[in-house]
Design a binder for this molecule. Structure first.
Ligand code: HEM
Length: 199
């Protein structure tokens, strides 16, 4: 195997590790936001503690750098693949998901993460609980969060199905397990706006 191939494989593995970092954050974030169902004090107190902890700036730096790395490698891999000469050099993509649809989903998810992070990081932490009520009273925001969570779920399903193989741990593609995990995550996040709408 030549050094270009080795480098390509290494970058793909690093991209998978960056994706996994986000996956673990998303699980942590889900449990954090689920405190919403325990009431205003628990929710705001949890985020006051998180924002004041030494761990928080490290978390933000890790999330920022890993998402930029993941997106950069995804785009450069796609561009290299597009410019490969001849069909036989092109990487196949799951037939069920056309490449443009997958990219559109990834773009929607990335847009959601930018909008949501900006919105949350510019809100006073002591008011987060009431701000969420305000945010989810706007139909436009419900649509943004709805599409964001949907796009996240499909992207995560693709990632979780392939990650073991990419990292060389197993040749299995655990479609069903990945499906159960992403449905649980999607429903968990959706329970916040749903809880507010039907309170
Ligand atoms: C209805 C669903 C969601 C709710 C109610 C929610 C709520 C929140 C809240 C309250 C914060 C503020 C944290 C703070 O000030 O410390 C936050 C931050 C953040 N959220 Fe979400 N979130 C949701 C879904 C998501 C999803 C699906 C993602 C990722 C794909 C995400 C990624 C982030 C990021 C990156 C931050 C900034 C870092 C942090 O403070 O943890 N959120 N979210």
């Amino acid at each position: 195997m030549n050094s270009t191939n080795n480098r390509t494989i290494l970058l793909k593995k690093m991209m998978a590790v960056a994706g996994l970092t986000w996956f673990f954050y998303i699980v942590f974030h889900l449990f954090s936001v689920l405190t919403f169902h325990s009431g205003e004090a628990s929710f705001n107190d949890f985020f006051m503690w998180l924002n004041g902890s030494v761990f928080y700036p490290v978390l933000l730096a890790l999330l920022g750098s890993t998402i930029l790395f993941h997106v950069y490698i995804a785009i450069t891999r796609q561009l290299n693949n597009n410019s490969s000469v001849g069909e036989r050099y092109k990487k196949p993509y799951p037939k069920a998901i056309p490449r443009t649809v997958a990219w559109l989903g990834a773009f929607v998810m990335f847009g959601f993460i930018i909008i949501h992070s900006f919105q949350m990081l510019t809100t006073k932490t002591a008011d987060l609980y009431s701000q969420l009520h305000l945010i989810f009273s706007h139909p436009m925001m419900l649509a943004i969060y709805g599409f964001g969570i949907l796009a996240l779920s499909t992207h995560l399903h693709h990632g979780l199905t392939n990650v073991l193989q990419t990292l060389g741990f197993s040749s299995n593609k655990p479609h069903n397990l990945a499906l159960v995990i992403v449905v649980a995550i999607g429903l968990g996040f959706a329970s916040i706006p749903i809880g507010i709408l039907y309170a």
